[in-house]
Design a protein around this ligand. Structure first.
Ligand SMILES: NC(=O)c1ccc[n+]([C@@H]2O[C@H](COP(=O)([O-])OP(=O)(O)OC[C@H]3O[C@@H](n4cnc5c(N)ncnc54)[C@H](OP(=O)(O)O)[C@@H]3O)[C@@H](O)[C@H]2O)c1
Length: 367
């Protein structure tokens, strides 16, 4: 670790070696949890990259950069010579149905290429780049696929920016002293208000609006009976730390989920309970269409209940909800490899949903 900075802190009078993490996409539903995880540890300093800027504090700063602009990226990242680890979790969605976001290749490939090229050029002590991809690698967004999916299963046919990212990163790394690791989570769940593409605010705002309309909480899709899985963001951040620092993870891909599977059919009554509402059977609909005229209602609710001032489209992305709730096939990945290589943590998904939804209520994101 020839390139590590050294610090003295009040809490730790010994000189400690600081690792320097560059979290790319630091304000997303994944990135912000990686930032928080690392910031809670005494031996990391963190630079978060995104167009928006987060709040700096001890050992944490943010750089505002447009990763789609190669000149801006190169100029702003030229001072990151201390970088030892990169956590790549930037993302651009694209338009249309969420299942099609995987086809948004140019932007998602270019942001990775621009950022990692700029960092590895100036950082001789770079040790590992952790790339976040996802279960869409197996075609989970396209229809039924082989389950539980294993990391060495074939890629799905057709376009997916994950393939472009992986191919570029592996070829860029060849012959270098740093290594890569790739993590494949499924439907991240966290408390990241203002990050719309997340299933927890979809459920929270949908429930709040049905309650306001005096309706029971009907499941809005066709995925009622199928097996599903999710990944809590905080849990994923622990996995990212493991993947960045465990020697066995060099050059490896891992599925990362909570470690359990559930059916919406069984979970839905518990979600309804968290909102003090009666649950109802599925009533498949397009959330995009149903919510099309609800922004004024939301604004009125926000005012009446004293909610935090997020616009309707900032707080939730309905295409993402339609995508998740219409996966009427099993979505299941095999976690044996990550367990064999040392990551053993699990999360109870039912408990997680109730806990996160209550937090959205308690922190006045929804009534
Ligand atoms: N969310 C999920 O449920 C999920 C599930 C499985 C896999 N994944 C994968 O995980 C990866 C990360 O997704 P995410 O859901 O965490 O994304 P996200 O919440 O939308 O966050 C994306 C991050 O990228 C930044 N960003 C976007 N465009 C940028 C640009 N031009 N320059 C600089 N920063 C930019 C955003 O900040 P600014 O807007 O401020 O720039 C934000 O910090 C994706 O590949 C996704 O497919 C996500």
């Amino acid at each position: 670790m020839a390139n590590c900075a050294k610090i003295r802190t009040r809490s730790d009078p010994e000189e400690i070696h600081l690792k320097t993490a560059i979290v790319v996409g630091a304000l997303g539903v994944i990135g912000r949890y990686i930032v928080e995880k690392l910031a809670s540890l005494p031996d990391w300093q963190i630079v978060g990259l995104s167009r928006r800027r987060g709040e700096a504090r001890e050992r944490l700063r943010y750089l505002s950069v447009d990763l789609l602009d190669p000149a801006d990226t190169q100029a702003k990242l030229s001072g990151l010579g201390d970088a030892t680890h990169v956590f790549y979790a930037a993302f651009q969605a694209g338009s249309g149905p969420a299942a099609d976001y995987a086809k948004n290749i140019d932007a998602n490939r270019d942001m990775l290429v621009n950022s990692v090229s700029a960092i590895e050029r100036v950082a001789p002590g770079l040790e590992r780049v952790v790339l976040v991809t996802g279960t869409k690698y197996y075609g989970s967004h396209l229809g039924p696929f082989k389950t539980p999916a294993r990391e060495d299963d074939a890629r799905h046919a057709g376009a997916n920016y994950y393939f472009d990212q992986i191919d570029w990163l592996t070829s860029c790394q060849r012959g270098k002293r740093w290594s890569w690791a790739e993590l494949r989570p499924q439907t991240l769940c966290g408390f990241a208000p203002g990050t719309a593409m997340s299933i927890v605010p979809v459920i929270a705002v949908y429930a709040a609006i049905l309650k306001e309309l005096g309706q029971p909480l009907a499941f809005p899709g066709t995925a009622w009976e199928s097996l599903y899985q999710v990944t809590e963001s905080a849990h994923f951040a622990n996995a990212a730390l493991w993947a960045a620092t465990e020697s066995r993870c060099a050059g490896q891909a891992y599925n990362i989920t909570n470690g359990d599977n559930f059916r919406w059919r069984d979970l839905w009554p518990k979600i309804a309970e968290a909102f003090d509402m009666p649950a109802a059977d599925p009533k498949p609909l397009s959330l995009v269409s149903f919510m099309n005229d609800k922004a004024p209602l939301w604004d009125a609710m926000a005012k009446r209940h004293g909610l935090k001032p997020y616009r309707f489209d900032q707080v939730v992305a309905w295409p993402f909800g339609d995508y998740v709730f219409s996966c009427n096939w099993d979505v299941m990945t095999n976690l044996t490899k990550s367990r064999q290589h040392g990551f053993h943590e699990v999360v109870d998904s039912e408990e997680m949903f109730v806990r996160l939804l209550r937090r959205f209520r308690n922190e006045k994101i929804v009534p």
